[in-house]
Write a new protein. Structure first.
Lengths: 173, 386
């Protein structure tokens, strides 16, 4: 008989934290660059804030609207009141999703995701995340991450969007 | 199926199956209001690899868990009492059984003892009333299962406990644990589940829910067991067998037709032979008897075993014979792939006459003891005196 304390998974946690940090900033950038993302956010309430992260101890990404602008609010779940939480059940599940081994749709069918909040808001956020992933990732990887890759987007939209999103994400404005 | 008579069906557990299903365990335990589990397993029967995988699944959860890995295949109520004391002293709030067979039986009875606050688990007996739901209980089967892990039964040292509250709250089937290189282990589990679900499927008391479980389990086993025995590195097929075994536990808990199950159980209790070995042996004489009694019940087996097209193409008069032929072919494939690793008669199993006498003594106390003995007589291989 022995007692064991669960260890940590620092590498996976670091990967997920960096990914969420970058994606959070990219959502902020995409809201300024892409009209579809802007439209999705316009349909959401004025002070709408959502969190995406994993149980039990994070990391988290908090994004919301403040004075009409979309902002990335960091990773502290207690810093703001959230209207919607998209929760991944474990760090390993988050790693599977965020390293594109599983698409969001597949992870949902495998019971890895939970939604705490209004489902229509969650669907809006998923659509926003899909658009951001298309901007951030090359087609071959983005196809794994999203349910349907938007092949109907024009080359100009993809190129201009990517340049805009990456520049704003890296510079943080 | 007669729907005019009322029926009841109970399957209280949630099943999490698939890639990295174990990693959801901390969240699932939290949903059961459990934060400090005691893991019951066996160092020898389950192995260190499974324990390592389970511990890894708790990574980053911040949880503390107890590990008791001294369960042996001859465990009795003394070991239950020992674990009960550990549970109470360590202030654990839930039980996780990692493995199959006796490990889960011990865990079920420990759960009974700690949930009903029994002062000494050695006082427990099959007569102990189990009226209220018990504490959070999770079963994580490995490849070496009997199929009874998810059932309402617990057998320990000749004592049989029976209550729907003994069934687990959660069953986690992860391909990393259900996979094994040993074809014999998976064949035993598959044959045990196959015999039990087959018997329930042809039972006159089956209801639509049981039917759904039994059809799925039979199809899973028919389509995957041969591959699981031959292609021993295939995680997908072994997961299908583990799912079928989990379903068979639920099916057997909802039927009174359990001749094959009782035969398997009595041999397991007395000579510690895997019930799958005995169920596999007794399947053919049992089916022959069923065929003589009512061939229409056997003909219905063609649908889950042969598939929709075969069933539709075969005229009704030929379905029973075709279903039997399919079962014989299937078991022949399994035994051929195992190359004699699973005995086909009692003589091949090497069970001595004095132990057989003990088995016959137990059977004589059953209401249909004469019938059970007649089946054993037909699979004895000639040297056993019934």
């Amino acid at each position: 008989m022995r007692e064991i304390h669960a260890g940590g998974k620092p590498l996976k946690k670091a990967y997920v934290a960096v990914f969420l940090w970058f994606t959070g900033r990219a959502i902020q950038a995409a809201a300024k660059v892409d009209k579809e993302v802007q439209k999705e956010f316009d349909a959401l309430p004025d002070d709408f804030t959502f969190a995406l992260g994993c149980l039990p101890n994070g990391p988290w990404m908090i994004v919301g609207k403040e004075k009409g602008k979309v902002k990335y609010f960091g990773g502290d779940l207690n810093s703001r009141k959230t209207h919607l939480r998209l929760v991944i059940k474990s760090l390993d599940a988050a790693f599977l999703i965020l390293s594109f081994q599983e698409s969001t749709a597949l992870a949902t069918t495998r019971n890895r995701l939970m939604t705490d909040g209004e489902v229509p808001y969650a669907l809006s956020v998923i659509r926003i995340l899909d658009i951001v992933e298309v901007y951030l990732l090359p087609k071959i990887i983005a196809s794994l991450a999203v349910k349907r890759y938007p092949s109907w987007w024009s080359f100009g939209r993809k190129l201009a969007g990517r340049v805009g999103v990456y520049t704003r994400t890296l510079l943080g404005f | 199926m007669n729907l005019t008579n009322g029926f009841a069906f109970t399957c209280p557990f949630k099943t999490n199956s698939g890639n990295k299903a174990l990693e959801h365990l901390p969240v699932e335990l939290a949903a059961l209001n459990a934060f400090k589990p005691l893991i019951i397993t066996s160092r020898n029967l389950t192995g260190p690899r499974a324990m390592r995988i389970l511990t890894g699944a708790f990574g980053d959860s911040g949880m503390t868990m107890g590990f008791f890995d001294d369960v042996t295949d001859t465990a009795d109520l003394n070991i239950v009492e020992k674990i009960r004391e550990i549970f109470v002293k360590g202030q654990y709030d839930s039980i996780i059984a990692l493995g199959g067979g006796v490990v889960v039986d011990v865990a079920k009875i420990v759960n009974l003892a700690v949930s009903q606050k029994i002062a000494d688990a050695r006082q427990l007996s099959p007569a102990t009333a189990i009226r209220d739901p018990l504490g959070p209980f999770v079963v994580i089967p490995t490849a070496a299962v009997t199929g009874m892990e998810t059932s309402k039964y617990a057998f320990l040292n000749g004592k049989s406990f029976d209550s729907v509250h003994l069934m687990p709250d959660l069953v986690v089937l992860d391909p990393r644990l259900t996979w094994t290189k040993d074809g014999k282990t998976i064949a035993e589990a598959g044959l045990a589940a196959f015999g039990r679900t087959l018997e329930a499927y042809i039972a006159p008391d089956k209801n639509p829910f049981m039917n759904a479980y039994a059809v799925t389990a039979l199809r899973f086993i028919r389509e995957n067991l041969t591959d699981a025995v031959n292609k021993r590195c295939n995680k997908k097929v072994s997961l299908a067998i583990a799912n079928a075994a989990a379903m068979s536990g639920c099916v057997i808990s909802n039927t009174d037709q359990n001749v094959l199950n009782r035969l398997g159980q009595v041999f397991q209790n007395i000579v510690h032979v895997h019930p799958g070995v005995i169920i596999g042996m007794c399947l053919h004489p049992f089916l022959d008897d069923c065929m003589k009694k009512d061939s229409s019940r056997i003909s219905s087996l063609l649908l889950p075993l042969g598939g929709d097209d075969k069933y539709a193409a075969m005229p009704e008069a030929g379905r029973a014979g075709e279903a039997l032929r399919d079962i014989y072919e299937f078991s022949y494939e399994i035994y051929r792939a195992l190359k004699g690793k699973i005995p086909r008669t009692i003589t091949e199993a090497g069970i001595p006459q004095y132990l057989m006498d003990d088995i016959f003594d137990v059977m004589n106390h059953e209401p249909d003891g004469a019938y059970l003995r007649s089946i054993i007589d037909r699979v004895s291989g000639g040297s056993i005196k019934a």
